[in-house]
Ligand binder design. Structure first.
Ligand SMILES: [Zn+2]
Length: 1086
């Protein structure tokens, strides 16, 4: 409505005009001077009786304007007016003064104000107010426009109640208004009545708040009419203001279309232990499944918008006292095996010092498997590791029980035979390579075995391709990847590798700026979508890919899709128009929701043609795709030409609410469309598209093997063990990294065994692949020869669980594990059978706790889909109580402010990090997250969630750039750097050299001054969310939703005391640990 701000029709402007001519009633400021006396009912009565008896027009106007001012100022006076009979009096006045435009207008204004009360609006409706007012809205005219507008606004105001909307619909006023709008639109050639036309649209918007209203709008051809009128409005800048409400109306009234899938349930289901048969274990369906009403949607919105502060934990006991342990102490001894550094005798150190041969040091090369949950008893099995000739395959092949379906399927082979113009499909070759056994083994030992001529042929082609085009990507080995991936267990028994995962990739040269948003792009895309209903001759609607139907035939000229590979999750693709595809994502396993992440293959494209892709079942209500984020694309042809890059790409990107609904309508879900346009560089290419840089479980396992081989076992104690087996039978690795003692002398062993612990975890949410890239950076850095890395290894023992949700990652889920639970909400009481990785990670932390080795830092790496930059969430009692406005007196409350040291340090040294986005509040809704549980139950002061953007930064040296794998990895390294800040008590780390080493690493002196203090996104040029039907946020979404609306006491004093405090506390704890642990502590509980 702001468009009328300067317009002389303005409500306030008119009133002021009126007051201006009757100064007797007004003060100098234009406010009525009688307010005080008239605030009482009696004063009002006096005014009303005057109104009733007054004869001349001007006096009536005068009184009405005062009445209006009074009512606007105080809603209760509106109620009193009703009691005093003013409502019906005004309505009567209106009935009898139809010919006096100014008097009519004055009455209408007052009526509009009356309608702020629902009962008053109903009263007017019951007394034929709608009919009286509707009759005052004529066909196109140039006279009395302000009175006409007042009538439309008054009618609109009456539609604030359900009863009046029903009445308006049943009296066919919707078609009346459509007709009026068309009339005014077609005749207002001089654009003198834009305000009237706008008011008519607003009235229609109100009238379509009910299902019946929307149906009437639809059946009266409202969509076509508004589409056509909006197109002509687009041609004139003056009429811009009419386009937006038109689009809003059309979107609101478009029929809800069920997703074109047979079931809302995931295509992948998994039989959970202890479950008799597959049942829908996801959220119970919404009972109120009658079609959505905008009113209800708004209610939800309001309920959801309740004060965030309500979520803060204010129960001092819950903030300070740990709850009872979730398991008996006896169960914790099994975790002693995950502290091999405490028992290892380092005999090889003597050997190596004598012979100089470090390769015999076995501590870091054997691949011990400890399956805590195998058959519910602890079993230890060591794999044969005697062959250390560098051949990965021999280590890997050992006892592989291959998935039964990992064989070639003829149909698939043929359908891809033309890919890349080489005779056999490349993808099939890759699959061949991971066939029944390792490719290397086949070549080395089974050259003569000819049963699989085809497969063998593929192997040799792969070898040749690798030889000729191999990218030589650091920390990546395609053959190793194949071998590792062949052991990965997936629900659909994946037998194909996605090329980028197999081949590997390098960051593209240079930084990638955020994509500029095209003006009005959302409007344009919505118009294109609405056209599907109006102009159907170019609509194809042909299913070209269906995860559940591999025999699907598609047109020879349509794109081909595929996603049956690790982390892939495209469920269905529908060709809508010649160059436009609707894509439907597979919900999380055993669930019908959580769609957001995507990863799929596309082929059979023509070069230089813009293809529009619409991912139509996204669930988050907003996305960084509206703020410069792009999807990533990998081209096989480009890779073979020496450019193996995931590139941020796509134009015309936007993310908006659509009118799809679940296929079975069981849940009231609002879906969102992510639309983007891709122009492929090559024809007949095979490309991969993803939400963000994929990082598979197999990639992690291969990476760990490479890291293990990369370290000098005489210096770096690197040990990978299996924490537990996942639901699907994959191993969840836990890695120990620390420095080997300098010698076997007691002093050196003692120093090593008394190093404080740091526990890092990641990827509990499978869709957050950025977290894995950050973790990759951390792991590589900790294994490197960097001076800081060496110091950190000498100062700490790192325990890293780099993927808390392997099964989710493998099966392409976005949020959950196979039991359709968000694992980061299971930490309070993790189920040993259903959430084994959380149960055992927590068990291990308990173990460290009871042996007196509580970690000094715990951090869980995540991705954040709605914010830029990287930031930490931590836990502070005081900040939580302050923020919640709790009455608890915090003066006597002692809290070590050391939790701020790491974020403060990161703000200084990490280019992507922003302290301003951090917060340290303990929310009730997060009470079962890793951060809060580890803080509360284990007493870890520095317990964090590290949130990494999917998009990029709006501050610092990367401002305006998208964050790629390189920046993610750098963040992982910088996080390690920041850990130096908690080792200030350790003399060796006080060294200036090290501090300089970090600071000089990046020229970041300016970094801080560029910090952006905006808490949230700046407003988009185009409004992203339309009113009505803002979706309810599910609890599981909250992780990425919290606003960092904290009130920090952020002065230097606090900072100083924080550091001093923390130094004191660390050196105290160190002293006590030295006292308590003269001997390896695990002996105490054995
Ligand atoms: Zn997360």
């Amino acid at each position: 409505m702001s468009v009328y701000g300067q317009n002389h029709f303005t409500w306030n402007g008119t009133l002021r005009d009126l007051h201006g001519s009757y100064t007797g009633f007004c003060t100098g400021r234009g406010r009525p001077s009688m307010t005080a006396t008239l605030s009482s009912s009696s004063g009002l009565e006096v005014l009303l009786s005057t109104l009733q008896n007054v004869g001349d027009v001007e006096s009536t106007l005068n009184i009405l304007s005062v009445l209006d001012e009074l009512l606007s100022a105080d809603r209760r006076i509106g109620m009193k007016a009703e009691e005093a009979g003013a409502v019906l009096l005004t309505l009567n006045l209106l009935k009898h003064n139809g010919q006096h435009a100014r008097r009519t207008a004055a009455c209408l204004w007052v009526i509009q104000v009356f309608c702020s009360s629902v009962s008053t609006a109903n009263l007017i409706g019951e007394n034929h107010g709608l009919d009286v007012i509707y009759r005052l809205i004529p066909q196109y005219t140039t006279k009395h426009l302000h009175a006409i507008k007042a009538a439309i606004n008054a009618f609109s105001a009456l539609l604030c109640t359900k009863a009046n909307v029903c009445s308006a619909v049943s009296k066919e006023y919707i078609s009346g208004f459509l007709w009026l709008y068309e009339d005014w639109h077609s005749k207002d050639n001089q654009d003198v009545a834009i305000a009237i036309r706008h008011a008519l649209l607003c009235c229609l918007l109100k009238a379509t708040d009910s299902t019946a209203g929307r149906q009437a709008f639809l059946s009266q051809g409202g969509i076509r009419l508004l589409y056509q009128t909006a197109q002509t409005c687009l041609l004139s800048k003056n009429l811009e203001c009419l386009v937006e409400p038109s689009v809003q109306l059309m979107r609101k009234c478009l029929p809800r279309i069920p997703l074109p899938v047979t079931s809302d349930q995931s295509a992948y289901s998994f039989l959970l232990p202890g479950t008799p048969a597959f049942t829908d274990v996801s959220e119970t369906p919404d009972e109120s499944s009658d079609e959505s009403d905008a009113e209800e949607a708004e209610d939800n919105h309001e309920a959801n918008n309740r004060d965030y502060d309500d979520d803060l934990e204010t129960d001092l006991n819950k903030l300070r006292l740990p709850p009872d342990p979730d398991r008996p102490k006896e169960l914790l001894t099994q975790y002693s095996c995950f502290c091999p550094e405490l028992s290892h005798d380092f005999q090889e150190l003597d050997l190596s010092s004598e012979t100089g041969d470090s390769s015999t040091a076995s501590s870091s090369s054997d691949d011990e498997v400890v399956l805590l949950n195998k058959d519910r008893t602890k079993t230890t099995a060591s794999r044969d590791s005697s062959t250390s000739d560098g051949s990965y395959s021999e280590m890997e092949i050992s006892s592989r029980d291959m998935p039964a379906a990992a064989h070639l399927e003829a149909c698939d082979f043929h359908s891809h035979s033309s890919i890349l113009g080489t005779s056999p499909g490349f993808r099939t070759m890759v699959r061949g390579a991971m066939g029944e056994a390792s490719p290397c083994q086949r070549e080395d030992e089974q050259d003569n075995e000819e049963d699989g001529t085809e497969e063998f042929y593929h192997h040799t082609i792969i070898d040749r391709l690798l030889e000729r085009h191999g990218a030589g990507i650091p920390h990546h080995d395609p053959k190793l990847y194949c071998a590792v991936a062949s052991k990965t267990k997936s629900i659909p028994d994946f037998s194909i590798l996605a090329f980028p995962d197999f081949w590997g990739h390098l960051p593209p040269p240079g930084h990638q700026p955020m994509a500029p948003r095209k003006p009005n792009i959302q409007r344009q895309k919505v118009f294109e979508d609405i056209q599907r209903f109006l102009k159907t001759d170019d609509i194809i609607n042909h299913v070209v890919f269906d995860l559940e139907d591999s025999n699907l035939q598609c047109h020879s000229d349509s794109l081909r899709f595929f996603s049956k590979f690790e982390s892939g999750n495209l469920r269905k693709a529908v060709q809508v128009r010649r160059y436009e595809y609707d894509l439907i994502l597979n919900p999380d396993v055993n669930s019908s929701q959580h769609t957001q992440w995507f990863y799929f293959e596309v082929s059979n494209m023509a070069a230089d043609v813009p293809y529009r892709f619409n991912v139509i079942n996204c669930e988050k209500s907003n996305s960084q795709f509206n703020y410069g984020m792009q999807p990533v694309l990998y081209s096989v042809k480009e890779a073979l030409e020496g450019r193996p890059h995931w590139i941020s790409t796509g134009t015309e990107i936007c993310y908006f609410r659509n009118n799809f609904c679940p296929a079975q309508g069981r849940r009231r879900t609002t879906f969102y469309t992510l639309t983007f346009t891709i122009t492929f560089k090559h024809s007949e290419d095979v490309c991969y598209l993803a939400y963000h840089y994929p990082y598979t479980y197999s990639a992690l396992m291969a990476h760990l093997k490479i890291l293990q081989k990369s370290v000098d076992p005489a210096k770096v104690f690197f040990k990978q063990q299996t924490l537990c087996s996942t639901l699907a039978g994959n191993s969840c690795p836990i890695v120990t990294i620390t420095a080997c003692p300098v010698s076997r002398r007691w002093k050196d062993l003692h120093q090593m065994r008394n190093r404080p612990y740091i526990v890092l975890t990641s990827r509990v949410h499978p869709g957050e692949s950025n977290a894995s890239w950050v973790m990759k950076g951390t792991l590589e850095f900790l294994c490197s020869n960097d001076l800081v890395a060496q110091s950190l290894r000498e100062a700490f023992v790192f325990k890293i669980i780099p993927m808390l949700n392997p099964d989710g990652v493998i099966n392409g889920t976005n949020r959950c594990d196979l039991n359709s639970k968000d694992l980061n909400r299971q930490w309070s009481k993790p189920d040993p059978l259903l959430s084994p990785t959380i149960y055992h990670t927590k068990g291990f932390l308990y173990y460290l706790n009871i042996i007196g080795r509580t970690p000094v830092v715990f951090c869980d790496y995540h991705g954040h889909s709605r914010k830029k930059n990287v930031f930490l969430y931590g836990c502070s009692i005081k900040e939580t109580l302050w923020q919640s406005g709790s009455a608890v007196d915090t003066v006597g409350l002692k809290e070590d402010p050391g939790y701020r040291t790491i974020p403060k340090t990161l703000d200084r040294i990490a280019p992507t990090f922003s302290f301003n986005s951090c917060n340290f509040l303990v929310e009730k809704s997060r009470s079962a997250t890793a951060r809060v549980v580890v803080w509360r139950e284990m007493g870890v002061l520095r317990s964090y969630t590290l949130e990494n953007t999917y998009n990029g930064c709006n501050q610092g040296i990367y401002k305006g750039l998208q964050t790629g794998t390189q920046e993610h990895q750098e963040m992982g390294m910088k996080f390690c750097h920041s850990l130096l800040s908690v080792t200030k008590d350790t003399r060796i780390l006080y060294s200036r050299k090290l501090i300089n080493h970090i600071d000089l690493d990046h020229n970041m002196l300016d970094h801080k001054s560029h910090n952006c203090f905006e808490d949230d996104e700046p407003p988009c040029a185009e409004e992203i969310e339309y009113s009505g039907g803002c979706p309810t946020l599910k609890g599981s979404d909250l992780d990425s939703d919290i606003d960092s609306n904290m009130a920090h006491v952020d002065d230097d004093d606090k900072e100083h005391s924080a550091q001093k405090h923390q130094q004191d506390s660390i050196s105290q704890s160190q002293q006590s640990s030295i006292k308590n642990h003269l001997f390896p502590p695990q002996t105490a509980i054995r």
